[in-house]
Design a protein around this ligand. Structure first.
Ligand code: ADP
Ligand code: MG
Length: 748
């Protein structure tokens, strides 16, 4: 038989129907795709599947034994129903077939075993598989002859049960696991020598199987130990391939040129530092030095600045921008939302004071103009700002996505700061980075308040350098967080509103956060709510900003000044609401309480805000809750955060809230959060698709392995950047990088 290579199409081996089902159902086209479609688990033919563990709605493949089988006429319609009860020795499940009465005699004799595949449904209180695909173990006495005269099925049955451990593959309704198993066997039987992309020396050092052995081991293991050895090799390879791609990217970046923007002894930065009333924290100092040194380099900085909410990232970013402005260039700050961009603009102008008033009467003579670009400004305003940006008069430019448009031309863009990276793709980062002067690229600083465990950072942001602010500025209050469950203790919610009143009476501000906007229930924009699928079945309507604002103003908090803020309000109304919320409380226009969606999640800074009530708190993710409460206790005093929920005690949702209440350590919470999620959610949508390149690797669990793979990859790329001496690896990496599989690298 002709040998097939990994690159060959599956159709070189499998029949046309199977090849089509593999492609349409599982996205498998090549021999390589098929061999990388690993079994989910293995069944020992002597062991029956635990039927009690099957969940309704799940697509399953089970090995079970026939307990009874009977035909009966249907009452409503013409025809027969065949009901077969199968068992694992304890639990039972029924199989239902329509109009195939012959199966009882031919296939489902009591005591026979078979594999059954289908979607579990519930019917009259019992679980069943309707019309499951199945193969029966050929029994010795009676030679299996399928009455349909289908010789293929005989071969399928024999193939399925001749393995020592039956591999169970992720399958589809049209393509049962055993059909995949059979196709894999055909492929393995005719597979040409495979070239191993892992360098032999590395394989030896790590004690890993060769690729051919690993592929055979994972698909047709002689025993459980063989599966483990195969998985170890393949898992390492996944981490390694990815790290090679990242190491190469880093290498390419270091080959690019950037204009150095070194720090000058005199200028805006020095002036700013001398005017700033407080001292930098030592973390700000350290991180600032790292950035400053990067900016002085001849290669573009690509640095991720990680720091929990309130750790003082803005100040660090501003100082970097000033260094660049002093060097005669411009710095752009990109924010994910209009509210945030506005806030950054106010903060930066506030921090700079007269230094932000270049050219104005009475301004400092070294100041620079801070320009603003957003989608919602008037054409005239925009023209003015664009002119200041193009002429170089504006040293600092703050804006939203609108900054990425082609119409925005910089005189000399030296630094791009991206706030809250997780809302921007790398494509967008790249779009701005492409705005530098000819042949050079601007330096890039990405800020995020989402604490990312090291291993995820290494995987998702592996081509960036990372700086971490692990210290809060002095004077930040402690935040006490409590879960309030009105279903169990109705009085607690009443008490919560009383507390709000007490805070306001003491001159402080309160946030109330709701998962919905209201009025038009369907129209909640996806970036404003991170719905929790577990609790979506909850029958109670969700609190909405509109309704809650009304009932608080009319009833629970009557007499207080209650305003609202959400993403569907016009930009100027949003801005106005924020402005009023920051006014001193003796100002007649001030707001005491702001009811909002998660638009306040990031960055919003109101020092007097001391309390936050989050309604339907179970609707928010752990990190999101942590971000939200980071909006309070920023002015020195302590804060109180109440998580109001109807989630049942002991439910996963309730446990999450308890975790948030138990600690204010953002990193610890990020871990809890990530562990609870599926890998795909962490690495971005591309990774949860069926063509994910990470199949066995779990970046959280496999932390040590990712680290090892990273070191190995960096050593190899440092030594041989274009992989000239590693042809097979070069080919594999090229394939991964070309494929949409590496897309998650771009998504962050
Ligand atoms: P982040 O952006 O990391 O969430 P911010 O930059 O908004 O944090 O800083 C939070 C608050 O701490 C702001 O009010 C800021 O003015 C203040 N702050 C920042 N650095 C210092 C410092 N070194 N000393 C005192 N206050 C600081
Ligand atoms: Mg901030």
């Amino acid at each position: 038989m002709a040998r097939v290579s990994l690159a060959a199409p599956v159709s070189a081996v499998a029949g046309g129907k199977t090849a089509k089902a593999l492609r349409d159902g599982l996205g498998i086209e090549t021999v390589d795709d098929l061999l990388r479609h690993y079994p989910r688990r293995y069944i020992d033919p002597g062991e029956l599947t635990d039927l009690d563990s099957l969940q309704v709605g799940e697509h399953v493949t089970v090995l079970a034994e026939v307990v009874s089988a009977s035909n009966r006429r249907m009452q409503q319609r013409k025809g027969t129903v065949t009901e077969v009860v199968v068992s694992d020795g304890r639990g039972r499940i029924s199989l239902v077939f329509f109009n195939q009465p012959w199966r009882v005699e031919r296939e489902f004799r009591v005591g026979r075993r078979g594999l059954f595949a289908g979607t579990v449904s519930a019917y009259g209180g019992t679980r069943q598989l309707a019309h499951p695909r199945h193969v029966m173990i050929p029994d010795a006495g009676l030679h299996l002859v399928d009455e349909s005269g289908d010789a293929d099925r005989d071969r399928e049955a024999e193939a399925a049960f001749s393995d020592l451990l039956i591999p169970i593959y992720p399958a589809t309704a049209g393509l049962p696991s055993w059909r995949i198993q059979q196709t894999v066997r055909l492929v393995l039987d005719s597979l040409a020598d495979v070239e191993d992309p892992l360098p032999p020396a590395l394989r030896m050092e790590k004690g890993l199987l060769g690729l051919d052995d690993a592929l055979r081991g994972i698909h047709r293991p002689p025993d459980r130990d063989a599966i483990e050895a195969a998985r170890r090799r393949l898992r390492f390879e996944e981490a390694f391939d990815l790290q090679v791609v990242l190491a190469q990217r880093r290498h390419e970046r270091l080959a690019q040129a950037a204009t150095p923007r070194p720090r000058s002894a005199e200028g805006l930065l020095a002036e700013f530092d001398s005017r700033t009333p407080y001292a930098l924290t030592s973390a700000q100092e350290r991180v600032g030095a790292e950035i400053s040194s990067d900016l002085s380099g001849t290669h573009p900085m690509q640095r991720l600045l990680q720091g929990d909410v309130g750790s003082g990232k803005t100040l660090v970013a501003l100082r970097a921008m000033l260094q660049v402005v002093d060097a005669g260039a411009q710095a752009a700050l990109l924010a994910p939302t209009e509210v945030l961009a506005q806030q950054h603009l106010r903060t930066i102008r506030g921090l700079l004071g007269p230094l932000a008033e270049s050219g104005l009467l009475g301004s400092s003579d070294m100041g620079t103009r801070v320009a603003y670009v957003s989608g919602s400004q008037s054409a005239r305003q925009r023209r003015e700002e664009l002119a200041a940006i193009a002429s170089g008069e504006a040293g600092i430019v703050v804006g939203t996505h609108a900054l990425l448009e082609d119409t925005v031309a910089f005189a000399d863009l030296g630094l791009v700061v991206v706030d809250e990276q997780h809302r921007f793709g790398v494509e967008q980062r790249a779009a701005l980075a492409g705005r530098g002067p000819a042949d050079t690229r601007p330096h890039v600083l990405v800020m995020t308040a989402t604490p990312i465990p090291r291993t995820v950072a290494m995987t998702v942001f592996g081509d960036l350098d990372v700086s971490v602010i692990d210290e809060y500025p002095p004077g930040r209050g402690r935040i006490a967080t409590h879960v309030v469950a009105p279903r169990e203790h109705p009085a607690h919610l009443v008490r919560a509103w009383d507390r709000v009143r007490e805070e306001v009476d003491a001159g402080r501000r309160v946030f109330v956060v709701c998962p919905r906007i209201g009025d038009d229930s369907a129209a909640v924009s996806s970036d404003e709510i991170e719905a929790d699928p577990e609790s979506s079945a909850d029958e109670s309507p969700l609190s909405s900003v509109v309704d809650v604002t009304r009932s608080l103003a009319d009833r629970w908090l009557s007499g207080l000044r209650v305003g609202m803020l959400h993403g569907r309000m016009p930009a100027e109304d949003k801005d106005e609401a924020m402005r009023r919320f920051t006014l001193s409380s003796d100002d007649p226009a001030a707001l005491d309480v702001l009811v909002s969606t998660t638009v306040i999640e990031v960055g919003v800074d109101v020092p007097e805000a001391s309390m936050m009530v989050i309604l339907d708190a179970e609707r928010f993710g752990i990190s999101q809750l942590h971000q939200l409460r980071g909006r309070i206790a920023r002015g020195g005093g302590d804060g109180l955060c109440l998580l109001v929920t109807a989630a049942e005690p002991g439910s996963p949702a309730r446990e999450r809230l308890a975790a948030v209440a138990a600690t204010t350590d953002g990193f610890a919470l990020a871990r809890v959060d990530l562990e609870a999620r599926r890998e795909g959610d962490i690495l971005g949508t591309a990774q949860s698709g069926k063509r994910s390149s990470l199949r066995l690797l779990e970046v959280i669990r496999d932390e040590a392995l990712v680290e090892e793979a990273r070191q190995a990859a960096q050593a190899i790329v440092a030594d041989d950047p274009t992989l000239t001496r590693h042809a097979a690896l070069r080919e594999r990496v090229r394939m991964l990088a070309a494929d949409d599989r590496s897309e998650f690298l771009e998504k962050g």
